[in-house]
Design a binder for this molecule. Sequence first.
Ligand SMILES: [Mg+2]
Length: 185
Amino acid sequence: MHRCVFLDRDNTIIDNDDHLGDPSAVELFDDAADALRSLHDAGWLLVVVTNQSGVARGLFTEDDVHAVHAEIRRRLSDATGRDLIDHWYHSPWHPEGEVERFRGEHPTRKPEPGMLLEAAESHRIDLTASWMLGDQVRDIRAGQAAGCRTILLTMGGVSTMDDPQPNAIADSISAAAAVILSDGA
Ligand SMILES: [Mg+2]
């Protein structure tokens, strides 16, 4: 069984507050490559789980999501010489989507834990030995629902939560990686 760090994408790995369908607008956080490399080198599986309701809203297509992910992958690889992210999951759904095919609630849309559960099933991940990192309450709720430990990142402006609280709060992805690496698990 693998232990995994599940990663939100926007305001976790890349500096982005908006719906992003344009690979040329990708901006990695300065410390993202080193933080992800340190986790990868310590044996953690790295899996991105990102809500991309821009697809349901008709702002961009799933091909655009894949293009953005390819660009993030390329930037991380340029910085470290390695392919750091093991698997990529996105949820294109939204209850009020313009695109009928993706309109609705869906078990993969965070705070639902569907993407984490699907990844665990497909890649033999031990959820109770794993972590979820993200900047929104819904990221923490998804991780908790999946049985993972959680770290709230403050880059999206959220710095407190009602119970159940995250296991830790960190102001950068490198600070979050340090929490995980110092845990000794
Ligand atoms: Mg986010």
